[in-house]
Design a protein around this ligand. Structure first.
Ligand SMILES: Nc1ncnc2c1ncn2[C@@H]1O[C@H](COP(=O)(O)OP(=O)(O)OP(=O)(O)O)[C@@H](O)[C@H]1O
Length: 204
């Protein structure tokens, strides 16, 4: 079966830290090992336990990152919670060259930058069901200090506010029940155009 037209466009996945982007991506890659590929971003943050250079991220020094910016290597880059993150043109092109759909997992600042490029992706926003749920998931994940959780919660407010403006995203998925959210995510990833969810109110 030939793929739906939107399958050929990159998929830009954004949403607050802890909203569940990695969880949804892991399920998608497990179900379809040959259809998608993660665009491997560059970052200056340290690897978490179990992360490998070149797999989850290209882990680079701040100096190398600044050099890559100067060379025009990035489609988008952003500083987030004290670290740089960026997506290189090379990372996206190497995936479409393999005939797979490229998925980019990026911060909201990056979404704004991609809007100014010729990339023409589908924009998908993953939202937590509420800010209280987001906080408890971040705390339960155990990868962040209390201060980092607080910082991510502040950023989350800005990200959800941006997503509430008309137009930035083609589809919103509220990650309440994981099976339900994944079913919707899978449709979008395969190139369908489902209606999507409505963003929850910002106050709990
Ligand atoms: N629907 C869900 N119900 C309950 N817990 C969930 C759900 N989705 C994800 N989680 C859990 O919430 C935590 C945050 O999810 P995840 O790490 O996927 O977020 P993320 O958006 O990828 O964050 P980051 O941007 O920081 O990498 C994880 O511990 C995950 O297991």
């Amino acid at each position: 079966m030939s793929p739906l037209p939107d399958f050929l466009r990159p998929l830009v996945l954004s949403g607050p830290s802890g909203a569940g982007k990695s969880t949804l991506l892991q399920r998608l890659f497990a179900e379809f090992p040959d259809k998608f590929a993660f665009s491997v971003s560059h970052t200056t943050r340290s690897p978490r336990p179990g992360e490998t250079d070149g797999k989850q991220y290209h882990f680079v020094s701040r100096d190398s990152f600044l050099q890559l910016i100067d060379q025009g290597a990035f489609i988008e880059h952003a500083e987030f919670s004290g670290n740089f993150y960026g997506t290189s043109f090379q990372a996206v092109n190497s995936i479409s060259d393999l005939g797979r759909r490229c998925i980019l997992d990026i911060e909201v600042q990056g979404v704004r930058q991609i809007k100014n490029t010729s990339l023409n992706p589908v924009y998908l926003f993953v939202s937590p069901p509420s800010l209280a749920t987001l906080r408890s998931r971040l705390v339960a994940r155990g990868t962040e200090s209390q201060a980092a959780v607080d910082k991510r919660m502040k950023t989350a407010l800005n990200e959800i506010s941006y997503a509430k403006e008309p137009g930035p995203h083609d589809v919103v998925i509220v990650n309440d029940d994981l099976d339900r959210a994944y079913a919707l995510f899978k449709k979008v990833a395969l190139g369908e155009k489902p209606a999507g969810d409505v963003l929850p109110p910002l106050d709990d």
